[in-house]
Design a protein around this ligand. Structure first.
Ligand code: UD1
Length: 428
């Protein structure tokens, strides 16, 4: 059966909503358990399909995975002897590349298919592989399968030409148990990079500087089992902040780290949204009319590319012209065609979306072409006049836990409907 979301727009969102653990941290920490020499308990694990795939990959490779409660898993990967990641599963998710770094660190070899994931344009992993080579590994790609192998994995000096979240985290995974000191320069600083380092350090790794652009890793021979709670999801929180603003609502978003939301908060305040920060919550309300603004994505601590479709959607609901510039991904405007079906006036000029905000959208049948595009279409549907039907919602379920239930809890009229058919891997 295929499924879709049916959203009846116009309800003002009010009340309290709770954010789950971060997808982009969980999909790295799950493979990182391979490095542990004892069983690990992971808490605050989000219930999303990318996490299910990661856990299934671990099980297929020989680890035992036990659900302790809804969001807690006990994983024992100590008996795991297999360094080959199941081919079809790895292709289903982008972040399967983290199994390469973790297996290389543990077994000194790894094999996985080139990763899948959201269609955002060219998504090479050359920098990941270069980092492995700097640590002494030999890399070979044959028929879409990556083989990484090393007789002795040793510390090295890695300089990334571009800031890459995945390459930074993969280098950290491979270096945690390598011999000697690894220095990563021009490292990514995202909260999930810090969370991975914190997880590894809680097992006895020696990683310093995560969250800055220089990370130093002194390899250790042994990593003990640990219990670790995954950081709250910055992008899920930001998505609900924008949903609240788009419906002129008043919503308190709980289980967040306000510091991680700074760039999103700053931009929303520019647009006229009122944001109050508490220890682990933010309250979003719109006492004043919203105004146009320009947005440019950049690596953390800049405005996240994973919030670009959502904020562009908000800007269609504000009168006047706004510019949204995407600097990370080549193809992150595919959702614009879907927003146009809902009455948005957006022109794309290379990396820039020129939004002529009209202040309103109208419901229409649309398709989610990737994860964050899908979230943006839900926001559009919540704010639009009439009914919006969103297909291909498997993209949304990769990264948002029970999104429709959480939104219903703050007053949204949204339901999931099933209909005959197969999910189609496609882009808009
Ligand atoms: C991660 C996030 C994704 C987010 C992105 C940027 C996960 C699972 N996904 O993706 O949601 O949009 O960070 O914040 O955490 N690049 C190369 N060569 C490489 C690697 C990357 O050229 O080897 C380029 C990419 O094409 C892109 C840029 O570097 O232009 C940033 O990519 P990167 O930060 O690596 O993204 P991901 O880790 O794949």
């Amino acid at each position: 059966m295929e499924k879709k979301f049916v959203v009846k727009g116009g309800n003002r969102l009010t009340g309290d909503i709770y954010v789950s653990g971060a997808k982009n941290a969980a999909v790295a920490i799950i493979p990182a358990v391979i490095l542990s020499d004892g069983p690990c308990t992971l808490e605050n694990v989000p219930k999303i399909s990318d996490v299910s795939i990661g856990l299934k990959i671990l099980e297929e490779m020989g680890a035992s995975v036990d659900m302790v409660d809804d969001t807690t898993f006990r994983i024992d990967a100590t008996g795991l002897r297999n360094s080959a990641v199941p081919y079809e599963m790895a292709r289903k998710m982008r972040a399967s590349y983290y199994f390469l770094g973790a297996c290389l660190g543990k077994f000194r070899k790894a094999m996985a298919s080139m990763p899948g994931g959201c269609p955002l344009g060219d998504r090479p992993i050359d920098m990941h592989l270069k980092a492995f080579e700097t640590l002494g590994a030999h890399v070979d790609i044959v028929n879409g399968v990556v083989n990484v192998e090393s007789d002795s994995l040793y510390g090295g000096h890695i300089y990334f030409d571009k800031v890459s979240v995945g390459a930074t985290m993969n280098a950290v995974l491979a270096a945690a148990k390598a011999d000697g000191l690894t220095i990563i320069e021009n490292a990514a600083r995202e909260p999930h990079v810090v969370d991975l380092a914190n997880f590894l350090n809680s097992m006895g790794a020696d990683i310093m500087g995560a969250g800055t652009d220089v990370i130093k890793i002194r390899g250790v021979g042994y990593l003990r089992g640990t219990t670790y709670s995954i950081v709250p999801d910055q992008i899920e929180a930001g998505t609900y902040m924008i949903a609240a603003a788009a419906t002129k609502g008043d919503v308190t978003i709980h289980n967040v780290i306000p510091k991680h939301l700074e760039s999103i908060t700053a931009k929303l305040e520019k647009i006229g949204v009122k944001i109050e920060e508490f220890d682990d919550a933010v309250r979003v309300s719109t006492p004043n009319p919203l105004v146009k603004a320009n947005v440019k994505t950049s690596p953390h601590p800049g405005f996240p590319t994973d919030m670009q479709p959502q904020i562009a959607t908000l800007l269609t609901l504000v009168e006047g012209p706004s510019l949204v510039t995407e600097t990370i991904w080549d193809s992150r405007f595919a959702y614009v065609e879907e927003l146009r079906r809902m009455g948005a006036n957006i022109t794309i000029d290379g990396k820039v979306a020129i939004i002529e905000g009209t202040g309103k959208l109208r419901g229409a049948p649309v398709k989610a072409c990737d994860l964050r595009a899908g979230a943006a279409l839900i926001i559009a549907g919540l704010a639009a006049e009439g009914v919006t039907e969103i297909e291909d919602i498997h993209h949304i379920e990769r990264g948002y836990e029970d999104m429709e239930k959480k939104l219903r809890g703050i007053g949204a009229d949204i339901e999931k409907r099933y209909f005959p058919g197969e999910p189609v891997a496609k882009s808009c």
